[in-house]
Each structure stands twice: as C-alpha cells, then as structure tokens.
Design a protein around this ligand. Structure first.
Ligand code: AHG
Ligand code: MN
Ligand code: MN
Length: 338
C-alpha cells in the first residue's frame, strides 16, 4: 500500500467534509513548526540550545532555552498563515492575537511548546502539545476569556514527540492517528492509524515520591495496585514514570496503562501540577478518541468548564477500565464523607 502522508490524510478528511480547508492548513503549519523544533531538539549540545534561558514563566518555573525557542518557532510559523485569530502558550502570561499586519482566521491555538523540559538536559524524550478551538464568531479581538472553552469544544488536538523517532499524534475528532517523520523526505508518514488503548492494563504511571502528600482515596487506590496479586486487585502491576507527559501518554496510547498526576497537599492551593487547557484537554481528547478515558478523578476531563487560562487540574487518563477503577475509589470516598 502506498504511504499515506499527513498531507494526504488531511486532504482526504477534507474531501469527506470532516475538516475545513483552513483547519487543515493550520494543522500543516503546526506540523511544520514541530519539524523545526525537532531539528533544534535533535542538535542537543551541538546546537547551543541546552540549559536554562535564565528567565521564568507565568507558572513560576525556570524556562529552558528550548522552551523559549520552541515557543518562538510556533508563534512565527503561525503569524502569517491567516488561519489563526490568536495563540496561547504555557510560556506566555496572556494569549497573543495575530499581529495586525496579517489576516486573521477562525481558530485559537493553544500549546505547551516543549513538554517535559526538565528532561532536555538528560537527553530523554520531550514533546510539543497543541489544542485547537474555534474563535467565537463575533470576536474580532480575542482575549484570554475566549480561550476558556471546555475540552469537548476542541476541533483538533495532538502532540509531537521528539524521541528516537519524531512522531506526530493527531485527532480531528475522527480517531487518533500517529505519523512518523521521514527525515529524508521531511514529511510525516502515517504509521499507526486508529490507535486503540486496551480497556485493561497492568501498568501505571505516577510520581511515587509525592505519595505521602496524596489524599486518602489516591493513597488507597495506589496501595491496592502495589499489593498486586495478593491484594484486592488480584494481579501484579508494573510502573513507569518518564516525567515527560508526552512520552508517558505516547506509551499508553501505544500499549495501554494509566497516567496519574493527582492533587497533593505539598501546595494545597494548587489543584494539580498539569495545566488543563494545553496539557490535560488535548491529551484527554486523543485518549478518548483512542477508546480510553480521562478524568480529574471525579468527573470527565473534557466536560470541565475552564475559569483561567493556566489553571491546573488533577489528571487520570488511559485504559478506560483502570481510569474508572481509580474514579470509583474517589467517588466512594466522597460518598462516605458526605
Ligand atoms: P513542562 O515541562 O511542560 O512543565 O511539563 C512537565 C510536566 C509533565 O510533562 C510531566 O508529566 C510532569 O511535569 C512531571 O512532573 P514531575 O517532575 O513532578 O514528576
Ligand atoms: Mn508540559
Ligand atoms: Mn512546557
């Protein structure tokens, strides 16, 4: 069978009226920007792009040089295309409208330009996460508030993982599909159509060092996983934690598992570490489109009504049966406490 490129996939989806021409072109621009980021990440120490930028972001985190560079690549690639009205990024305090000298389009693009950036300097996979929303029809000058739409409103979501191979994983609401970058041709080739997450799993992903800070139902849930065959779950579990959400989610889309970043009392005011708009929501759409489930521990992630651009949320996502099991621990705890 002849290779299906990202371009051909998008053209065929447009021909089937599943995607509008300007959204197709927007996704092509984002994919092109990810190729540029892949080149920069791939240079490592030879590209002078490792280490800290010496600046901080709205999250209160020190920025890596590649955080800043990736952000700039995405902003520049999307400025002149005419498909976008505004961008929002983990690395920018507020959303940014497309400059006045360029035509504006009908979409809002949100991204985490470089996810897992603590792993850059130790040469572990990192990635770019993006989410696309419609710009409300009557809005000419988009502001932060116009981005505050639930995950169900996403018209496209995806990530690019810069690992041994560079892969783009995308959904436009019609399944989740993976494309591998053919570096010689410079094109993304479909290599895993219709990714499906197994309903059940024996593998969980969580940062165990926070265990003593978790709330009771989370302690009990993970305690039962660790009890293995002799415990209430009746089977042994394996653990993985890469500390790059893109890499952990890619493993789960490929072979199943549950990924958890729960609330912890280290910083009680923070509902979680991960950001709803450009980490949890795009990953949750990809996971649901692959037959998995995504929740904040109590409710469906994609139904959450956002209140702030950089708001954080607890994240449970992956194999449907396991996410539902984790939710039961939390919902039963709440019912007993009520
Ligand atoms: P980012 O590099 O964009 O800030 O995201 C890092 C996130 C996510 O990728 C990962 O799952 C999580 O931080 C890891 O957190 P810990 O270092 O606390 O394990
Ligand atoms: Mn991130
Ligand atoms: Mn980031």
């Amino acid at each position: 069978m002849s290779e299906i490129s990202l371009t051909r996939y998008l053209i065929e989806e447009q021909r089937n009226d599943r995607i509008k021409p300007d959204l197709r072109l927007l996704i092509e621009v984002v994919a092109r920007a990810c190729k540029s980021i892949s080149v920069a990440v791939g240079k490592g120490a030879l590209g002078g792009v490792l280490g800290d930028a010496g600046t901080g972001n709205v999250q209160g985190e020190a920025q890596k040089k590649l955080d800043v560079l990736s952000n700039e690549i995405l902003l520049e690639a999307n400025a002149w295309g005419g498909h976008l009205a505004a961008c929002a990024s983990e690395e920018m305090d507020h959303s940014q409208p497309i400059p006045d000298m360029y035509p504006r389009g009908n979409y809002l693009l949100l991204f985490d330009p470089l996810d897992g950036s603590s792993n850059i300097d130790v040469n572990v996979s990192v990635g770019t996460i993006f989410s696309v929303l419609r710009c409300p029809d009557d809005v000419v000058q988009p502001e932060d508030e116009h981005f505050l739409q639930p995950g169900t409103a996403q018209v496209a979501a995806g990530y690019c993982i810069y690992g041994p191979s560079t892969m783009l994983v995308l959904t436009i609401g019609n399944g989740t599909h993976a494309f591998t970058l053919d570096r010689e041709q410079g094109s993304f080739v479909m290599t895993q159509p219709n990714m499906r997450i197994p309903e059940e799993t024996k593998e969980f992903a969580v940062n165990m060092s926070n265990q003593r800070h978790w709330e009771a139902p989370m302690q009990r849930y993970v305690g039962d996983l660790l009890a293995g065959k002799e415990g209430p779950r009746g089977k042994d579990f394996n653990m993985r934690w890469i500390a790059s959400m893109v890499a952990d989610v890619h493993r789960i889309l490929t072979r199943g598992g549950i990924f958890i970043y729960p609330w912890d009392r280290k910083d009680p005011g923070k509902p979680g570490k991960l950001r709803l708009m450009y980490e949890a929501n795009p990953m949750s759409l990809l996971v649901e489109q692959a037959g998995g489930a995504a929740s904040d521990g109590r409710a469906r992630m994609l139904d959450i009504a956002p209140t702030q651009l950089h708001q954080r949320v607890p994240v449970f996502l992956g194999s449907k049966g396991e996410v539902e099991a984790a939710m039961r621990y939390h919902l039963e705890h709440d019912a007993a406490a009520a």
